[in-house]
Write a protein that binds this ligand. Structure first.
Ligand code: ADQ
Length: 728
């Protein structure tokens, strides 16, 4: 059985003080209930803060640990000064507002950040002390965004998944965060990062691209020699629990009260945690407008406004509570009578039977957050209306809209639209309500919370298997083992080396004359060893390549295989080539370069290249796919290959590639040892053109057909130096 370690800020059970003792209470809330069945079917430990500052548990730590152990929970104790900076501070006063697009409420204070970092380190210490190689680690939410990286460094043999329960904002917002790069680094320590919606995943990828310059292949981010998968897992609820009939015997007085007060009025239900993102003020304003515009309906409805206390220690929440109290008072004062008030306001947490019964009674579920990662209340309400007799009004700004498209959609800031939606929901005919509600219920049933958890963990498992396959080729330049052994045994060796990205790192080594000259020494040393044939293959022009490595005493390939140069010989073309096609293709490339700031066209003897390394990445992606489409018809007519390289598109004669050029040397004799090293897609041609026994080495991350991998150009050079020094 797999072992899972789950880490989240809160545990599924919370500690409460009673006199001199402590007791354990189950936590409510989506994550705790959602993961319960998953949690019970695996060997799991849950690591989190037990809900009280450590000072309040002084002397009771053993008792707390014992109680939590019975629930397979392990506490991370945090003192109140740290909690203030980490939980009430950076998590809820910086990240929460910023990620929900309330930028004006975000507090950028480096002291809060320090606490956040410290708390994440404490979580890392606890998780690392419990983990064994092969354990699966699942980190949750915005409180612990640094944790994946801290764990990856200490537990390289554990798959790490991370799920964000709130929106990931657009790059324009995210870039405002002073610690944006540390946060991204933290998240990119995971093997799998999950979001509720595609939009959040897209924003995350865009930030990784723009801020870290990471290479992205579809939904995979290449980080050094690792791949991080990014995917969408819309969280759901326990369908069976909410779809079963409410247990009215267990429901309390509150339900009796509600029935009496309701009479034959229709009930509109609003349920949220106290939070400015939930749009409670805007909802009340819209309800007021509804009452104003519809005098005939005034005494026919009751809005039950249920608000759960939350984060009241954060000043904005205390202020919001006051504003809600006042607005409810104002509306009730204006539209209520002696025996009736249009809003029944409850500021408390309800037990499940009460909440469930209220969902069952409500004719309309009014869920209008101004921004919400998902919103489980909407799914709970729809599921609880198994008689099909309710209607959901849902904000476009909730992540849940993607799955609840049959609800009446509203913009929560458009009070007129929300007021009209209430009328529409109240007056909708039975058949239409039922059809819409059933469609939503079916979808929630198919993807309930258990499916969600399984989907995430299976996906993490798959990532790990893929990763291990990729890692199987990892080569330690200091201990190259078989590769060196075979090389030393062989009487004659063919060594084919790509230049940019393989022998030199374009970011770190470019334009460095010291590197160029040391590299020349290395290539010459290897070439001078008896029996060795070394070839440097490049996409550069022959002039450019000569300038970097010289030419006289080297075997070289320029322009991806158009030009060949043998030791002591002259440059010659691989085959007679025609380049008249350039007249037609050049204007197309230039047209795209002119419309893409930072892009330019390079003309080589037998190819044309559009470079866009310096362009705005999103625009470059759009333009390059447009360009590929525009080039396709001409390319097939003129027998040209269109190639996507590292931030470039190259057009060249078909069948001219490094692989073909490599054959020129491969076919010269029967080699005892063959090695090929490369870093990008153009080198994959060479890897594939070689016999199976070839020692192919990929430099850096990403998919490859090579057998081995080293992390960087620097590592490859170390390996080559060892080869040069061992056999002199
Ligand atoms: P929340 O912001 O807490 O969660 P939500 O998804 O609506 O928002 O979950 C609230 C939970 O609290 C629901 O399960 C609901 O039943 C319960 N609840 C609400 N009022 C209650 C009351 N008075 N008494 C008892 N229980 C009550 C965050 C993100 C969301 C995301 C979830 C899950 O902000 O966008 O959907 O995580 O990922």
């Amino acid at each position: 059985m797999k072992t899972f370690l789950i880490a989240s800020n809160r545990l599924p059970a919370k500690i409460k003080r009673s006199e001199e003792d402590v007791i354990l209470e189950p936590s409510v809330g989506g994550l705790a209930t959602g993961l319960r069945s998953f949690y019970q079917s695996y060997d799991c430990s849950w690591i989190g803060w037990p809900g009280l500052p450590s000072e309040e548990l002084d002397g009771l730590e053993d008792k707390v640990a014992g109680l939590l152990e019975q629930e397979s929970c392990v506490p991370v104790h945090l003192p109140s000064n740290l909690l203030n900076g980490y939980y009430y501070g950076y998590a809820n006063r910086t990240i929460w507002p910023l990620f929900h697009y309330f930028q004006h409420l975000a507090d950028f204070d480096s002291r809060l950040w320090e606490s956040y970092r410290e708390a994440n380190h404490r979580f890392a210490d606890t998780v690392a002390s419990l983990a064994a190689p092969g354990n699966f680690i699942w980190v949750h939410d915005y409180h612990l965004m640094l944790l994946p990286r801290l764990l990856k460094e200490r537990l390289p043999d554990c798959p790490i998944g991370y799920f964000l329960h709130i929106p990931f904002p657009s790059f324009e917002l995210f870039r405002l965060l002073p610690e944006r790069e540390e946060i991204l680094d933290g998240l990119l320590g995971s093997d799998l990062v999950g979001f509720h919606s595609y939009e959040y995943a897209r924003h995350f990828l865009s930030s990784a691209l723009r801020l870290k310059g990471c290479d992205i292949e579809l939904n995979k981010v290449l980080v050094g020699n690792r791949t991080v998968k990014v995917d969408v897992f819309p969280m759901s609820i326990d369908y069976d629990q909410f779809s079963s009939p409410p247990d009215l015997d267990r429901a309390g007085e509150i339900i009796k009260d509600a029935r009496q007060r309701l009479g034959d009025r229709k009930m509109i239900l609003s349920v949220d945690r106290l939070d400015y993102t939930k749009g409670i003020i805007q909802r009340l304003q819209a309800f007021e407008l509804f009452l104003e515009r519809n005098p005939a309906l005034r005494d026919k409805v009751l809005l039950v406004l249920l608000v759960v206390p939350s984060r009241i220690a954060v000043p904005q929440y205390a202020r919001l509570k006051k504003d809600i109290d006042e607005l409810v008072g104002k509306i009730n004062g204006r539209y209520g009578g002696v025996a009736y008030a249009p809003i029944a306001y409850l500021y408390r947490s309800l037990d499940f039977p009460d909440l469930h019964a209220l969902y069952g009674m409500a004719d309309v579920g009014l869920v209008t957050p101004v921004r919400d990662g998902m919103n489980l209340v909407a799914k709970e309400y729809v599921t609880a209306k198994s008689n099909g007799r309710g209607m959901l009004i849902l904000s476009e700004m909730a992540g849940a809209v993607m799955e609840l498209g049959e609800a009446i959609m509203v913009n929560p800031n458009n009070h007129g639209q929300v007021a009209d939606a209430i009328v529409q929901a109240l007056q909708m005919d039975e058949e239409e309500r039922e059809t819409r509600m059933r469609a939503m219920q079916d979808r929630i049933r198919r993807y309930d919370v258990t499916r969600w958890a399984e989907d995430f963990t299976e996906s993490l498992d798959n990532c790990w298997v893929e990763l291990r396959q990729e890692q199987a080729a990892e080569l330690d330049p200091e201990e190259p083992g078989k590769i060196l052994e075979e090389y030393l045994k062989a009487e004659n060796s063919l060594i084919l080396l790509d230049y940019d990205g393989t022998l030199i790192d374009p970011a770190e080594d470019a334009e460095s004359e010291a590197i160029d000259s040391r590299l020349r020494d290395l290539i010459i040393s290897l070439t001078n060893i008896e029996g060795n044939t070394v070839v440097v293959l490049s996409g550069r022009t022959k002039e450019d390549l000569e300038q970097s490595v010289g030419s006289e005493d080297l075997n070289l390939v320029a322009e991806h295989g158009v030009w060949l140069h043998d030791v002591g010989g002259k440059w010659r073309m691989i085959a007679p080539l025609d380049n008249r096609w350039k007249e037609d293709i050049h204007p197309i490339l230039r047209f795209y370069a002119d419309r893409t700031p930072g892009a330019y066209v390079q003309e080589k003897d037998y190819s044309l290249v559009l470079h866009y390394r310096k362009s705005e990445p999103d625009l470059a992606t759009i333009r390059s796919s447009e360009l590929l489409e525009a080039l396709l018809p001409s390319a097939s007519q003129m027998d040209l290959d269109v190639l996507e390289g590292e931030k470039l598109i190259e057009v060249r004669n078909r069948d001219v590639h490094k692989g073909r050029a490599a054959l020129h040397w491969l076919e010269k004799k029967r080699w005892g040892f063959i090695m090929v090293a490369g870093d990008d897609t153009t080198d994959e041609d060479t890897f594939r053109a070689m016999p199976d026994r070839t020692f192919s080495v990929k430099v850096g991350g990403g998919h490859t057909s090579a057998r081995y991998r080293v992390k960087s150009a620097n590592e490859l050079r170390s390996l080559l130096w060892r080869m040069a020094n061992k056999k002199v």
